[in-house]
Design a protein around this ligand. Sequence first.
Ligand code: AHR
Length: 349
Amino acid sequence: MKFSKNRALAALICAFSFILASGCFPFGAGTDAVGVSEPDREYRSPEELDSGLISVGFSQLGSESMWRSANTGSIERALTEERGYFLLFNNARQKQENQIKAIRSFISQNVDYIAFSPITEEGWTTVLMEAKQADIPVIIVDRSIDRRDEELYTCFIGEDMEMEGINAGLWLERYLDEKGRSGDEINICVLRGTRGSSAQRGRSMGFDRVLEKHPNWSIVAQEDGEFTTAKAKEAMEGIISRKLRLDVLISQNDDMTFGALEALSEAGISTGEDGDLIVISFDACKRALELVEKGVINVDIECNPDCGELLASVISRMERGESVEKCYYMEDRIFTRKNVSEYIDSRSY
Ligand code: AHR
């Protein structure tokens, strides 16, 4: 069955090579929000395809953050030809329509598996039905999708974003308590990631669940930073210009935190352990962990990008005809100045 899939793939390649040569193909290499240019690897030669490898089409949502690059790297390291995989990779550059086109292209190439990291939760029903009709198992990676589409994919491997938000809220609760501030009026501003993504919705919902228990906590400003440094800097400048009294900044990823910190330092506002503003960040990339160690960021809630190995092991189980779970959550930790030092050196991203 795999052999015949690869043969069909080889025939399609000839057709697509022609399209590529004519310059009409929709997914050429390009740049996304942060200007990172990565060549896509969506097509291989007929000889490569006729090799009996397990073909996996992966649509990555973009390369907007350090976390995202680490996630891509983890998948590329796990699905190598030496390990029996044939990875077709597409970078959708922050556009759902590009992800849908890529998934359709994987379906038409009759790959063995489709995996993708969905930019937003909604809008996948039709293309997932197409994959189901083509009998291609789909694995959702990193961000989750609308629960109503659950029947249309095989399994999810990613992070529990709501739990990350809850952990942020619980950390703040403990921290304020330790500082003797649990009865104070606490003004919070939030820099949100991509609207409608499970990372944004989950972290917001989780934090709000803790906030609801504290009538003295108020979200006084909430802006979109789209998970990028540049957008977040702009958004933070806007918040600062409103001259609100702020106690806490919640920035839904590290890249946005860097932009916010720049804006805050330009405005003469200090942050962290001894600063004016408590900073809560998400992801736990090395550069941010160094700022936790320095006391500039108070806490970093990890979002673990290393799901490549789990993806490979789920696929190999399916290859052996074994059943797999519907949902696999990655393990996330919480980093503060108290525990961060022992993790920094081994951080590769
Ligand atoms: O989906 C994971 C989130 O997406 C990470 O927090 C962020 O950095 C990325 O862009």
